[in-house]
Design a protein around this ligand. Structure first.
Ligand SMILES: Cc1cc2nc3c(=O)[nH]c(=O)nc-3n(C[C@H](O)[C@H](O)[C@H](O)COP(=O)(O)OP(=O)(O)OC[C@H]3O[C@@H](n4cnc5c(N)ncnc54)[C@H](O)[C@@H]3O)c2cc1C
Ligand code: SF4
Ligand code: SF4
Length: 948
């Protein structure tokens, strides 16, 4: 291993990581399985991949390529050298709009290709639910497809040519070859000629078995793609390799077919009494030419309600307990609607027609499709719902298959939701398998045997979408027979005679109950925590199991999650990577031998901005900001923290002291020599300006003012450290606004702090103490139900989030949480009918991450609109400053890159008369320091309306 690592390091341009942390990071995909790789390499280019393979061949080390790592059947984890193609090897080389083709490197993410192809009204047809993260290499590996395979087929139907690399070092381009070309190719000297000779012999030897054993259904994904090697398959070697799950070759480049993308879409939903009767009509409905035909049952919808995920979704569906979602495409909405209406007219005349709803609201249509899309892998934790989740049968037999399938669940007493790509007979299931206990695992093993028998009886495929990997491969003999399985061995051997490409997957596999990520031996270390993790039954270990691996946190754009991944494109800087390392830390097998003192976990958490983006946007609500705070509190126990932790973490205390001599402090903070020295002393980056203290704090002003208004209701304005000591004008304006609205404003006399900055540095004992003090000092107001109004979103998020996680059974904590509101929320609830003088201006709004995650950001939007502003809310994610993070020397670059992604260019491009609005201290600092544009707080904007 050492020699292999050394030689790789000396040879390739990319990165070579054989350390325990990196190996732990890549130990699993989105499946039930876990295998620790030999090492991880991240190639920069094609030449790197060739060198890696040559060196691995020399040391006879197995190889596994990886894209987004979202495989569900275990084909993307192995004891192998993992080649991560996603970071660098990800260019779209060329799009040819005339011939409708694209040439791509394997690490290109599907959404990136779709965006480029979309410029020509083209699209790559197969669209898995993981489109935001899955790569073309991974899609080719798995023969992926999605809702629109009705329109455009699976990946194999859309691959024209591949440039491939074999384990023994041959690079060649493959595609369809006619008889004459094959003749020429098989006569070539060397390995290439040998491959073609053997492929020809192979196809002749097995043609009758391939004809006989491969089901003629739209969603046959199981097994090697051998029908493409038959004459009627065009002897298409590229297509035959699609779906080979890296067990044969490495894909270096792919030429893909693009298809026309109808610009207008209409969604029609049909409701039936149950999912079975819905499926009895599939064949007829398909004759109306939908571009997608999906199905969902009532169990899936009720589960969603229970978990309060998209609870409103059920209300927008027509009556029924089983629904079919039909999407029609057209040049115009009129055309696509007409197609749907034609079908509705025919159905309406039938006896017992289904309930029907044709939607005309793009947002609702998207929501319904996303509800279906979000089905797989997002409700239950690893490994519960995976293991049998994508069988496919002939669509015309789907209703009967599902009836028998349901009987099988009942026999095994499994609960199950049914949904999927019903137009093509592909069924997704969510079954609550018990893969923790020996009995549960034995029951699962027996179930999948019977489930496979059932599919085969219906002429179907064990996998209709996700591939065989490890979870289905052992069952393949049931579908293909032992003779053809021998053919699979021979096919693999043609490409990989050393049997080193992703061994133990797809063919001659590990057992489906081997290498389980949890299994009966799963016994995480029990740890004592500061946070109570009430939603995880008080267990930090359970919290680390939340991540199901689907990789939404590896998006390149849209939303907040995950700003550090968006910048670095590193697995360890994604929420998933961090969650995995925390899981591995508690396993203590490869990392975590020093418990909380683990360096690889520390390193992975280092770039977490604690933005809470994941808490809201991850389908499993992974709450990395909290895990990070918990981890750091233990990591630093008995150790000195970095200087910046004491500088920024304790800013409340520094500010209290400094507020007695702000002018002197500001002199030193802004003086070129002294400020350089101070920045060095507190670990800040030299390019940062340190915020200046206000001459008079807000509280001083408040208690010295001579006039105040008495209102009809008493409220407390929360004087957070930032608005109290740095931006008192925001708080002063807030007092004016609240009094103007008829409230009597009070401010706590004693000095209090919610402790927000402490969380970022894991100073949880102190943070807890602060909260205890607040609850003690404000006991009366808490019991009186006095609203507490905040101006700084990150501080209010402490009351809304951390507070009850630290004091889960304290009723005062619950009361305080419910009584604390951000200014816009307060106005939404308590000044509903107040009409403001319209400002009639344009505004750009940077929402604070915590505001969007744990506070009602929609009320901010509402209030800004009530102020007569024409607002644009930036989809810029985290501003990158995130408290002390962006000030710190080691984080400055990442901070700026995060801000330069969308936020700063948008601000620079905004006309000067556009108002820039941001409530967060960090967002304001980042924008003002980087662009020089003035940023307003909501309180200031409302105050402007007083003057017209
Ligand atoms: C929640 C969820 C929903 C899903 N929905 C769908 C769906 O709708 N449709 C669908 O088809 N799948 C779906 N999947 C499965 C998976 O997301 C897709 O198969 C996806 O296309 C895999 O892409 P990836 O980049 O993550 O591949 P990876 O998991 O990284 O790799 C997939 C396979 O390809 C191999 N591979 C990767 N790169 C190369 C290369 N350069 N050369 C050779 N082999 C390579 C890998 O070794 C592996 O065997 C879903 C998964 C999840 C978790
Ligand atoms: S952290 Fe959330 S979004 Fe990321 S992979 Fe895990 S479950 Fe998916
Ligand atoms: S808190 Fe923010 S930076 Fe940290 S993992 Fe979650 S989304 Fe990423």
């Amino acid at each position: 291993m050492r020699n292999l690592e050394r030689e790789l390091k000396n040879t390739i341009e990319g990165e070579v990581r054989f350390d325990d942390g990196s190996r732990a990071l890549y130990s699993t995909d989105a499946s039930n399985y876990r295998q620790i790789p030999i090492g991880v390499v991240i190639p920069k280019n094609k030449q790197d991949v060739i060198q890696i393979t040559r060196i691995c061949h020399k040391y006879q080390a197995p190889i596994l390529c990886r894209g987004g790592g979202t495989s569900l059947a275990g084909q993307c984890c192995n004891v192998a050298v993992v080649i991560d193609m996603s970071k660098y090897f990800n260019k779209i080389i060329h799009i040819d709009p005339v011939n409708k083709t694209a040439l791509v490197e394997p690490g290109v993410v599907l959404d990136t290709l779709q965006k480029e192809a979309g410029k020509y009204q083209l699209t790559f047809g197969p669209d898995p639910s993981t489109h935001y993260n899955c790569t073309l290499g991974g899609m080719i590996g798995n023969n992926s497809c999605g809702a629109h395979s009705v329109m455009a087929g699976k990946t194999d139907d859309n691959v024209l040519e591949l440039e491939i690399l074999t384990y023994d070092g041959l690079v060649m381009r493959v595609g369809a070859v006619d008889k004459e070309q094959l003749e020429v190719l098989q006569n070539e000297e060397g390995r290439k000629g040998e491959i073609y000779r053997r492929l020809k012999e192979f196809s002749q030897k097995y043609s009758h078995l391939i004809e006989e054993k491969y089901p003629q259904i739209p969603r046959r994904v199981s097994g090697y793609n051998l029908p493409w090697l038959l004459e009627k398959g065009g002897f298409d070697v590229a297509k035959a390799l699609v779906g080979s799950e890296c067990t044969c070759v490495i894909v270096l480049e792919a030429k893909l077919k693009l298809v026309y993308n109808p610009p207008a879409r209409s969604l029609l939903v049909l409701g039936y009494p149950d999912i079975y009767s819905a499926c009895d009509h599939i064949s007829e409905l398909m004759s109306y030419g939908p571009i997608a035909l999906e199905g969902i049952d009532d169990v899936l919808m009720s589960d969603r309600n229970q978990k309060k995920i998209h609870a409103q979704d059920t209300q927008i569906l027509p009556d029924g307990k089983g629904w079919l979602l039909l999407q029609f495409g057209g040049e115009s909405k009129k055309e696509s609607d007409a197609k749907a209406q034609k079908m509705m007219e025919v159905l309406q005349k039938r006896e017992n027609p289904p309930s029907m709803r044709l939607y005309d609201h793009p947002e609702i249509e998207q929501k319904i499709m996303e509800t279906r899309e979000a089905g797989v892998g997002t409700q239950e934790r690893v490994p519960n719902e995976k293991g049998w989740e994508d069988s496919a049968v002939p669509p015309e037999r789907l209703g009967d298959y599902l009836r028998d399938f349901r009987r099988l669940f009942q026999k095994y007493e499994y609960e199950c939701a049914l949904y999927g790509h019903f137009g093509q007979g592909c069924v997704h299931t969510r079954i609550d398998f018990d893969l923790y206990t020996t009995e549960g695992i034995a029951k699962y093993r027996s179930f999948i045997d019977e489930a496979a028998d059932l599919v085969v009886r219906y002429g179907g495929s064990l996998s209709g979408e996700h591939g065989d990997g490890q979870s289905r491969a052992a069952l393949l003999p049931k579908m293909f027979g032992s003779e053809l399985i021998q053919g699979f061995r021979e096919f693999k051997s043609i490409w990989d005679p050393d049997w080193k490409m992703n061994p133990g997957k797809l063919i001659d596999p590990y057992s489906p109950i081997e290498n389980l990520r949890l299994g009966p031996d799963y016994k995480p270390v029990k740890v004592k925590t500061h946070f109570a993790f009430p939603e995880d039954d008080g267990s930090f270990a359970k919290a680390t199991l939340r991540c199901v691996g689907i990789g939404k946190c590896r998006r390149n754009e849209n939303g907040t999650m995950c700003p550090s991944y968006m910048v670095t494109k590193e697995e360890q800087d994604s929420t998933r990577g961090r969650a995995r390392l925390l899981f591995e830390m508690l396993q203590g097998e490869i990392i975590g031998k020093n418990g909380w003192k683990d360096e690889s976990v520390k390193q992975a958490l280092d770039l977490c901005l604690a933005c809470k983006g994941c808490k809201k946007e991850c389908p499993m609500n992974v709450d990395m900001a909290t895990y990070k705070a918990e981890f750091l509190s233990h990591y630093y126990q008995g150790r000195i923290r970095p200087r910046s932790a004491y500088a920024f973490g304790l800013i409340y205390w520094w500010s209290r002291v400094t507020s007695h001599f702000p002018t002197i402090a500001n002199f030193f903070l802004t003086h070129s020599f002294f400020s350089r020295f101070i920045k060095w002393g507190i670990g800040a980056h030299p390019k940062r300006s340190l915020p200046r203290f206000a001459r008079k704090s807000f509280k001083k002003w408040f208690f010295q003012r001579t006039s105040s208004a008495t209102g009809h209701k008493k409220v407390i304005l929360w004087p957070d450290t930032f608005n109290n000591y740095f931006h008192p004008q925001h708080a002063k304006d807030a007092v004016d606004v609240l009094e103007h609205l008829g409230f009597e404003v009070s401010v706590p006399k004693v000095s209090l702090c919610c402790g927000r900055p402490l969380y970022d540095y894991g100073m949880l004992t102190l943070a807890k103490k602060n909260l205890r003090q607040i609850m003690k000092e404000l006991k009366k107001e808490i019991h009186d139900g006095t609203p507490i109004i905040g101006l700084e979103p990150s501080c209010i998020s402490v009351f809304r989030d951390e507070l009850t996680n630290l004091f889960p059974s304290d009723m005062d904590a619950k009361r305080l949480k419910n009584q604390t509101l951000l200014l816009s929320e307060f106005i939404h609830f308590y000044a509903k009918d107040h009409s403001f003088k319209p400002l009639n201006k344009k505004a750009l709004v940077q929402g604070h991450c915590h505001h969007k995650s744990v506070i009602h950001f929609e009320y901010e939007k509402e209030i800004l609109q009530r102020l007569g502003l024409d607002i644009q809310i930036l989809d810029s994610g985290c501003c990158g400053m995130a408290g002390g993070f962006g000030f710190e020397k080691d984080h400055y670059d990442i901070s700026i890159k995060a801000a330069e992604r969308v936020l700063l260019p948008s601000i620079r491009n905004a006309p000067l008369d556009t108002l820039i609005i941001a409530n967060g201290f960090s967002c304001k600092e980042q924008i003002e320091q980087a662009t020089g544009r003035k940023v307003y707080h909501l309180s200031q904007i409302i105050k402007m309306t007083f003057n017209g």
